[in-house]
Ligand binder design. Structure first.
Ligand SMILES: *Cc1c(COP(=O)(O)O)cnc(C)c1O
Length: 460
């Protein structure tokens, strides 16, 4: 008890949290997470909570993996740090690069390491512009991304991302970045069939390319399934049509695999699930199951050959690019995923199982759609089930449901009025049952609370 209060006081006084209304949190007080095991986190008040978000989409192997701890310990004893600048490297960085290239689509044979997903996307932006300059087409500078995309929080990450609230804070963004429609059928496309809507999003990409001029467009960047945007699974028609558009014009495809990579969709990479041939892939999060921070850009032969053959020195890199302890943990993480068959289990067993159980929540009066793919899923909360009409934004129903869910012992995230899950890939079937049960209980309570507050409004 005193731990909670002590920490809350110090937290309020000195700690600015990411993506947080500082004042509101100060008034409410933070939850103090003390330890975790498997798919559960524990807080300082003695609650055990099923982590339906795998931390922040990253703790794919779950908590308490001694082998990852041992890998970090061994590496830190042997060589806690050395850089990869100035013609040096070390065994963990090289071995991890080799392992990643064996797992990735065949045309990707090189990795540039970073400390995070945001740094990976900063690196992407510099690389694609550099690539076209070296190819003698320096005017190919524009990068097309999508509305409501999340590509990180650095200046380049925010600029590539398409989140209006983020764009609204902090002044001018990186120039030369344009945004097109996201393939969010439930949110934006229900006047068409999902199939038609997927095609129309691809047409919007083509229209933007023509508007900017093909000769000015460097790359298109997208997540296979949008994570932070709300677990948005594109209609089946979307990616094949986008592939056609990109092939028609000479534009690089950058796939942000920070969430979809490392098994989330039941393949090693989302690119494999959707049969994409990325020129560049951003990776982070599940690469180390979040045990230590590491990210990177996987670079396809086309871009790598040019950077290597024509580029001279690439003036770019981070102190922690390929950090040995982080690389050692990532390597062990990938090894465990392979020996335990984690990806195959998501594809063949857990993904289909979640789809069946989670899909049953579609019968709930608050739920307009229940969707999932692999181990990522979302519920769309609606005011009117028949019409799919949304709640008034001021009610913040998603946040209400999230808080209720947390109190019920389940971490779900709210993105507007979409409730999102992305549990550890090692969750069991019984734990999926528990997750769905807790989600239903939270929906029931949300409905009750809304009913109550509406009644109060009427009597007031
Ligand atoms: C989290 C995320 C990022 C940013 O990664 P950080 O490690 O937080 O910098 C980039 N892209 C996607 C798709 C993400 O989900």
């Amino acid at each position: 008890m005193t731990l909670t209060l002590d920490m809350q006081v110090l937290d309020r006084a000195h700690h600015l949290h990411p993506f947080t209304d500082f004042k509101a949190l100060g008034e409410e007080g933070s939850r103090i997470v003390t330890h975790a095991d498997g798919v559960y986190i524990h807080d300082s008040e003695g609650h055990r909570i099923l982590d339906g978000m795998a931390g922040l989409w990253c703790v794919n192997l779950g908590y308490g993996r001694q082998a990852l701890v041992d890998a970090a310990t061994r590496q830190m004893q042997e060589l806690p740090y050395y850089n990869n600048f100035f013609k040096t490297t070390h065994v963990p960085a090289v071995t991890l690069a080799d392992t990643l290239c064996r797992l990735a689509p065949a045309s990707l044979n090189r990795v540039f390491f970073t400390g995070s997903g945001s740094e990976a996307n900063d690196t992407v932006l510099r690389m694609v512009r550099r690539y076209w300059a070296l190819e003698g087409k320096p005017e190919k500078q524009w990068v097309i991304a999508r509305d409501n995309a999340y590509h990180g929080s650095t200046v380049a990450g925010v600029s590539l991302g398409g989140m209006a609230p983020m764009h609204g804070q902090g002044g001018p963004l990186v120039p030369g970045i344009a945004h097109v429609a996201q393939p969010y059928w439930f949110g934006e496309g229900r006047d068409q069939s999902p199939f038609e809507f997927g095609l129309s999003c691809a047409s919007a990409l083509e229209a933007k390319i023509l508007e900017l001029g093909e000769e000015n467009v460097a790359a298109f960047i997208a997540e296979p399934v949008q994570g932070a945007g709300g677990a948005i699974i594109p209609p089946d028609s979307y990616w094949p049509a986008v592939k056609k558009v990109l092939a028609k014009y000479d534009i690089l495809l950058v796939v942000d695999e920070v969430i979809c990579g490392f098994g989330r969709l039941g393949e090693w990479f989302g690119s494999q699930y959707y049969d994409l041939e990325p020129d560049l892939m951003s990776i982070a999060k599940g690469l180390s199951s979040g045990y230590l921070p590491i990210g990177g850009v996987m670079v396809g032969n086309r871009v790598a050959d040019t950077l290597i053959d024509k580029g001279g020195e690439f003036f770019h890199g981070f102190t922690y690019s390929g950090h040995p302890a982080c690389a050692a943990v990532a390597l062990k993480n990938l090894e465990i995923m392979q020996t335990e068959g984690v990806v195959e289990r998501v594809r063949d067993d857990l993904g289909p199982y979640l789809k069946a159980c989670w899909g049953e929540l579609a019968d709930h009066p608050l739920v307009g759609e229940a969707r999932s793919l692999g181990l990522i899923g979302a519920l769309e909360l609606v005011a009117d089930k028949a019409s799919g009409e949304r709640f008034d934004k001021s009610l913040a129903v998603g946040n209400l449901c999230r808080d209720i869910s947390f109190a019920n012992g389940l971490v779900m995230r709210s993105v507007g009025d979409s409730m999102v899950i992305s549990p550890p890939l090692v969750i069991s079937r019984a734990q999926i049952d528990e997750l769905v049960l807790l989600a239903r209980r939270s929906l029931d309570e949300t409905a009750r609370r809304l009913g109550l507050s509406l009644q109060e409004e009427h009597t007031a």
